[in-house]
Write a protein that binds this ligand. Structure first.
Ligand SMILES: [Zn+2]
Length: 106
């Protein structure tokens, strides 16, 4: 017998995205902060993350953020449950964090 736990995330569970630079600095972009934009470079080490607003990676990231916010807003006009399934690695990381937070030793 195999028992598998599935973990799903709704779009409304996602409150923002976090960019982590190779220097270790993290920049959080909360969805509720209107007007907050994705940085072009690291505020800590000045490494350029993107080559301008037409950089495909920059456009993809901004597009992803915009689509997630649109999915969150769909709930008011479109009553369909939408969930994102997590990878097994993400599930394990959540389980480890929950165990650590509860004081259990894994
Ligand atoms: Zn950096």
């Amino acid at each position: 017998m195999t028992v598998e736990t599935q973990t799903f995330v709704t779009p409304n569970d996602i409150v923002g995205v976090c960019l982590r630079c190779t220097c270790g600095a993290k920049v959080s972009i909360p969805f509720r902060a209107k007007g907050k934009r994705v940085n072009m470079s690291c505020p800590s080490c000045d490494q350029h993350w993107f080559q301008g607003e037409h950089d495909e990676r920059f456009m993809a990231l901004n597009g992803c953020i915009t689509r997630l916010i649109e999915l969150q807003n769909l709930k008011t006009t479109f009553d369909l449950g939408i969930t994102l399934e997590l990878s097994s690695e993400a599930k394990k990381a959540i389980a480890r964090a929950a165990s650590r937070d509860s004081g259990d030793v894994a």
